[in-house]
Write a protein that binds this ligand. Structure first.
Ligand SMILES: Cc1ncc(COP(=O)(O)O)c(C=O)c1O
Length: 348
């Protein structure tokens, strides 16, 4: 238990006082009886989508709960995990006053969201092994520090953060610890969502955009205590996850076996790609990855990036990120795509 933690002190005053919008579907919850719905100014002509979606996404959350082994009451879903991250900022960070801590090199949206929400972003670099520097993180906090973002496996470095470092931060960090697990389905370690009941200051985010092959529908998951979920629910737009997304997400979660098979293929491909490019002279380092991409250090990232572009292959140049000079991020593709990447890299 984190003895410094007090949720009440972290929630913004205006959010505490807020009376959330009450939608037609909040005021009358269908009990399964045939009713005549004339309450939401919908068009009555049926086409499968003429009704508003369930604002509480009950069926979807039930299935997420079974697949991810988290209580339904501890789940919030959003329009991508980017929406979930934005809700977290807006619920807990007072613009112009509060601060958050991020650990570059990491996922760029935390910084963008801090800018949008006018929240100071205190950056504490990862160590040279791309691990959180726990002492420096704790030293960077003050009474206005609300959030810490731990991206594990980390984008763009690909590695998972050490268990002990995360646990110590969960025990000692004075605000909420957001563990972004967008790539968890590719990782050896299990999810921190299994520790929700140990850490009331823990928020875990995941997404259907990566392993579940559903980036197009935009579905982000958030796992946290019921109290935190209640705060986030208060400020989320009533129908933030549309009907089509709820249906497609449900199907994807029902096909979890297919997801697991695809993940296994991608993990084999990750190993094959790493081994195949290991002897290329201009590749100086291939970093260990726990995700569906590999970060590599090359002699000249701009040059290699442009050469690949000319050959019709688009990768990500991560060189502007701290500790990532001359690095390129390679997403694992299909077997054929990886074959093309390997032969092209070898021929440069
Ligand atoms: C670490 C990390 N978190 C979150 C996201 C955003 O995910 P979503 O598609 O659910 O918004 C990404 C997308 O690349 C990511 O890399």
């Amino acid at each position: 238990m984190n003895t410094l933690f007090n949720l009440d002190l972290l929630v913004r005053e205006n959010v505490k006082a807020l009376k959330p919008y009450s939608s037609a579907r909040d005021e009358y919850v269908s009990s399964g009886e045939q009713m005549v719905f004339l309450d939401a100014n919908e068009n009555p002509f049926e086409n499968g989508l003429n009704r508003y979606p369930d604002p509480h996404q009950r069926n979807l959350k039930q299935l997420i709960s079974e697949v991810k082994q988290v209580e339904a009451s501890q789940i919030l879903v959003g329009n991508g995990s980017d929406e979930v991250l934005d809700l977290i900022f807006r619920a807990f960070c007072e613009p112009g006053k509060d601060n958050i801590i991020t650990l570059p090199p990491t996922y760029g949206m935390y910084k963008v969201l801090s800018g949008i929400n006018n929240i100071e972003n205190r950056e504490v670099l990862l160590t040279d092994k791309f691990q959180p520097n726990v002492d420096e993180i704790l030293a960077a906090t003050d009474e206005n520090t609300k959030l810490l973002f731990l991206c594990t496996p980390n984008n763009p470095t690909g590695n998972s953060f050490d268990f002990e470092a995360i646990e110590r931060l969960l025990f000692e960090f004075p605000g909420l610890v957001v563990v972004d697990e967008a790539y968890i389905d590719f990782a050896i370690n299990g999810s921190w969502s299994f520790r929700l009941n140990d850490f009331p200051n823990l928020i875990v985010t995941q997404t259907l955009s990566k392993a579940f092959a559903m980036a197009g529908i935009r579905l982000g998951l958030c796992f946290a205590s019921e109290e935190i979920v209640a705060v986030l629910k208060k400020i989320k737009p009533p129908y933030n996850v549309n009907e089509l997304t709820q249906q497609k997400a449900f199907e994807a979660l029902e096909n979890y076996e297919t997801v697991k098979e695809q993940v296994q293929t991608l993990l084999k491909e990750r190993k094959r790609l790493s081994e195949a490019i290991a002897t290329i002279p201009y590749i100086e380092t291939i970093y260990d990855s726990d995700a569906n991409f590999i970060l590599i250090k090359v002699d000249d990232a701009n040059k290699r990036y442009n050469q690949l572009l000319e050959k019709g292959i688009v990768i990500r140049n991560r060189s502007t990120q701290p500790l990532c000079e001359n690095t390129l991020r390679l997403t694992i593709g299909t077997i054929e795509e990886n074959d093309k990447l390997i032969s092209t890299l070898k021929a440069l």
